[in-house]
Design a protein around this ligand. Structure first.
Ligand SMILES: NC(=O)c1ccc[n+]([C@@H]2O[C@H](COP(=O)([O-])OP(=O)(O)OC[C@H]3O[C@@H](n4cnc5c(N)ncnc54)[C@H](OP(=O)(O)O)[C@@H]3O)[C@@H](O)[C@H]2O)c1
Length: 520
């Protein structure tokens, strides 16, 4: 007998149907000749257009200093699509339609004349909504964010209160480099724009799998019931990169892994994994819970720093058969640099749900795999019935959320090995996004741009959230200041980090589990 797929009937909850319609608008990209525009923003807009998700009327106005015409900017972006579009080949007919919406406005961001030219250009739009609904995307250097917002405001293009239409400011990462600079930037921006108009990007939040953390937790009673200190032994959150710093040595010397990855992506994933259920799906309700969680991370005392924080820097080694330089030998890196390319942390969250449960976080460059995952390690069984046959300890159950690549979820449990003897070994059930839903996975920037146009701030970072994250990270940075790296803090490229990272877990009888390589 043929049974229809029972899941089809259950595809009932489409959150996008609850999204406000996207009104006609102009997307102004400040930094239109830069890498982010070519690599991420324009490919994302092209795909939204292709998927018919863009508003009925829109235009994209790019601002930068380099001399270009509309035509030459379009030609450059067209060839960038060949490199960066997630679908290949580029659909030429769709591109031709889309390209008609792209305009280039040459100008210096420090000159009032640039904003006057923009104002005149917008005023000429026939559609009234295209004169007042503006998405102002700051894809320039962070040191320019404050000035651009002020100038846009002074040109009458941004209304903090009471103006017609809507104006929103999308701010790229990094948002400050420590708590004082983040506070200062917040102050600069909020002089000219309300908090509800500021959309701070962490592109991790645009990833399907990161959004799925909430769906997974709050739509499956079977797991949410186990999501507490009674059932969970510890968490391991890994965001590892196979690449070294490459040509970005100059940037990395200012950032380091703590600022570049922990302050934003890892703490964001942690807050989604560990927060309490929000009272609704409203942006503020979710962000309230995330901030509450960040504020519940137990501050690290000086003694804790030594026991709970590990930093590392890669030395020369081999990654995937390729010889890699040590960090200090990379271009634009100080040969005596103490900048960390690896961080591992053991955190505790001081609330009822997570009391006593360690959260291990690690991130690094030149590691054996590029992967992001959350491993939830459950407690062991209180008694082992098969101890005589299998030993006193059975492998504990584990649930792994694979954020990238090979997006999916796997559950590891014990099963009987077929045969006449009693033998137990871990087996795995795996859900793969691609296998279940097909290969359509929008890029994070597609979702983020769409949400910003729709005015939904759920996937963007609120002011208090960014400040709470910096506060935590700054304490660690201060503890490292003036302490040169010791021999134990170096790791060979191609290994999983310094030995101290193993000790960090061994103190509690734990060990890092190698991220799962999913066969596809
Ligand atoms: N690239 C990425 O993948 C990536 C990822 C995450 C975050 N971000 C963030 O996104 C932002 C942009 O990064 P990016 O990599 O695209 O940088 P980029 O390649 O250096 O581009 C910077 C852009 O700013 C423009 N610009 C600089 N000074 C200007 C001025 N005085 N007047 C007008 N335009 C000016 C440049 O254009 P002209 O030289 O033509 O003036 C260029 O278009 C940064 O905040 C970065 O941290 C980038």
């Amino acid at each position: 007998m043929y049974l229809s797929d029972p899941f089809d009937d259950l595809l009932i909850c489409r959150l996008s149907e609850g999204r406000k319609a996207v009104e006609p608008c102009v997307i102004i990209i400040f930094g239109a000749s830069g890498d982010l525009t070519a690599r991420k923003l324009v490919p994302a807009l092209y795909h939204l257009f292709k998927e018919k998700q863009m508003p009925p009327a829109f235009s994209v106005v790019g601002v930068a200093r380099r001399e270009k015409t509309d035509a030459s900017w379009r030609t450059e972006l067209r060839s960038a699509l060949d490199r960066f579009s997630r679908t290949q080949p580029v659909d030429e007919a769709v591109w031709q339609d889309f390209a008609q919406h792209l305009q280039y406005c040459q100008g210096d961001l420090t000159a009032a004349a640039t904003y006057e030219a923009l104002r005149k250009r917008l005023a000429a739009a026939e559609n009234e909504l295209l004169r007042r609904n503006l998405l102002l995307y700051l894809a320039t250097s962070p040191s320019q964010f404050g000035e651009v917002v002020e100038q846009v405001y002074r040109a009458g293009l941004l209304h903090k209160e009471g103006g017609a239409g809507w104006q929103r400011v999308v701010v790229e990462k990094p948002f400050g480099h420590d708590l004082p600079s983040a506070r200062q930037l917040n102050q600069e921006l909020t002089r000219f724009a309300g908090e509800h108009q500021i959309f701070r990007i962490d592109h991790y939040l645009g990833k399907e799998t990161v959004q799925n953390i909430m769906m997974f937790r709050f739509s499956n009673a079977v797991f949410e019931r186990l999501w507490n200190r009674e059932s969970i032994d510890h968490f391991q959150i890994t965001v590892s990169e196979k690449l070294g710093v490459g040509q970005r040595g100059g940037y990395y010397e200012e950032a380091g892994a703590l600022r570049d990855m922990v302050q934003n992506h890892l703490l964001q994933v942690l807050s989604l994994v560990a927060m309490e259920p929000p009272v609704s799906l409203a942006a503020e309700a979710i962000r309230d819970e995330k901030v509450k969680l960040l504020k519940s991370i137990r501050p690290l005392s000086e003694g804790d720093m030594a026991r709970q924080v590990v930093r590392g820097q890669y030395s020369a080694g081999i990654v995937a058969g390729e010889q890699r330089l040590g960090y200090r030998q990379e271009a634009k890196v100080n040969p005596n640099s103490n900048v960390e390319t690896y961080v591992a942390l053991k955190l505790f969250i001081d609330n009822w749900r997570w009391s006593g449960v360690p959260f291990y976080l690690r991130t690094g460059k030149n590691l054996p795999l590029s992967t992001s995952e959350v491993r939830v390690q459950f407690r062991r069984t209180p008694h082992v019935l098969f101890a005589a046959q299998c030993g006193q300890k059975l492998d504990p159950n584990a649930l792994t959320l694979h954020l990238q690549p090979h997006e999916g979820i796997s559950l590891r449990f014990n099963g009987k090995v077929p045969g006449t003897s009693v033998a137990v070994r871990p087996v795995r059930m795996h859900f793969s996004y691609d296998a279940e839903f097909g290969a359509y996975t929008p890029e994070a920037y597609e979702r983020l741009l769409l949400e910003a146009m729709a005015g939904d701030a759920t996937l963007f970072i609120r002011r208090d959230e960014v400040e709470a994250a910096w506060q935590f990270v700054d304490d660690i940075r201060r503890a490292w200041e003036h302490k040169p790296l010791t021999d134990r803090e170096f790791y060979a490229a191609g290994t999983w980090g310094p030995v101290a990272a193993e000790d960090l877990l061994a103190q509690n009888g734990h060990a890092w589990r190698e991220p799962l390589v999913v066969r596809v």
